[in-house]
Design a protein. Structure first.
Length: 270
């Protein structure tokens, strides 16, 4: 499959996935987003860019901090997410948030437009993370701060799916791999030109009930490749059965553990 054709298919799959999440906000999605704000030390009057803003969890919290003299720009390519964000903004009567429906990876802004750029969890969906960080560096004013969050390579059930597929000679690449360790996060920011880099780690894992945990829909996200798209329905049924069996074996009385070691990463344009 040609690269551009696969990228279009991948982007559509991501958009469809997020468009379908009509009740996205919950304790988990909120609590994994807001720790970023503890690290960037926002000030009244700042201009903030929230990349892949989703339902505006970060953007709305930021807007309330920067106040009427500040401004928040939220970018996302999921119209379904933005509808939810707009509804919350209108309910709260906030006037300092602009939402833009666009691909955060390709949107452009003038140099030195923002004091802070944030991206909660979504940076791994970008095809070229380093290129995105370099653009964000350009968008930031001198002294500006970038903050993003991401998951470890061991998170989100990926290792088990990779292990099962590997037994069938299906080689999957983990979407969390480029930012999957604190060192990798640090290296990417340094290569993009940022200094004063910090990586905070927080375990956001939890136990799922067995019925939920053992149902894998066969989905896989990766911006460059997805060998599972070529798998027959019979083989996919076999992979799902092995996954279900493995989950059942590993489950405890508390349920099946869902690993989610999260990194909150910041850097400064000096």
């Amino acid at each position: 499959m040609q690269n551009s054709q696969y990228e279009q298919q991948y982007k559509k799959k991501v958009i469809d996935f997020f468009d379908s999440r009509t009740s996205y906000d919950n304790d988990y999605t909120i609590h994994r987003a807001l720790p970023l704000l503890d690290l960037v030390q926002l000030q009244k009057g700042q201009k903030v860019l929230d990349m892949a803003t989703g339902t505006g969890i970060i953007a709305i919290a930021v807007a309330q901090i920067v106040g009427s003299e500040g401004k928040v720009t939220g970018v996302d390519f999921s119209s379904g997410m933005l509808v939810q964000a707009q509804h919350k903004i209108e309910e709260l009567g906030l006037q300092n948030i602009e939402l833009i429906e666009a691909d955060a990876e390709y949107i452009d802004f003038n140099d030195e437009s923002f004091d802070v750029i944030l991206c909660s969890i979504a940076i791994v969906y970008f095809k070229d993370i380093l290129a995105a960080l370099r653009k964000w560096y350009r968008f930031l004013k001198p002294g500006g701060v970038v903050g993003f969050s991401c998951c470890s390579e061991e998170s989100c059930g990926a290792p088990l799916i990779i292990e099962i597929c590997d037994k069938h000679n299906i080689l999957l690449t983990n979407i969390n791999e480029p930012t999957g360790t604190p060192d990798k996060c640090h290296h990417l920011l340094a290569e993009a030109g940022f200094q004063n880099i910090e990586v905070k780690t927080q375990q956001l894992g939890f136990y799922r009930n067995l019925e939920q945990a053992r149902e894998w829909n066969g989905g896989w996200f990766h911006p460059r490749e997805n060998p599972l798209l070529q798998v027959s329905s019979e083989q996919m049924a076999e992979l799902k059965a092995e996954y279900r069996q493995k989950i059942e074996v590993e489950a405890t009385e508390q349920g099946a553990w869902y690993e989610n070691l999260t990194f909150f990463v910041t850097g400064r344009k000096v």
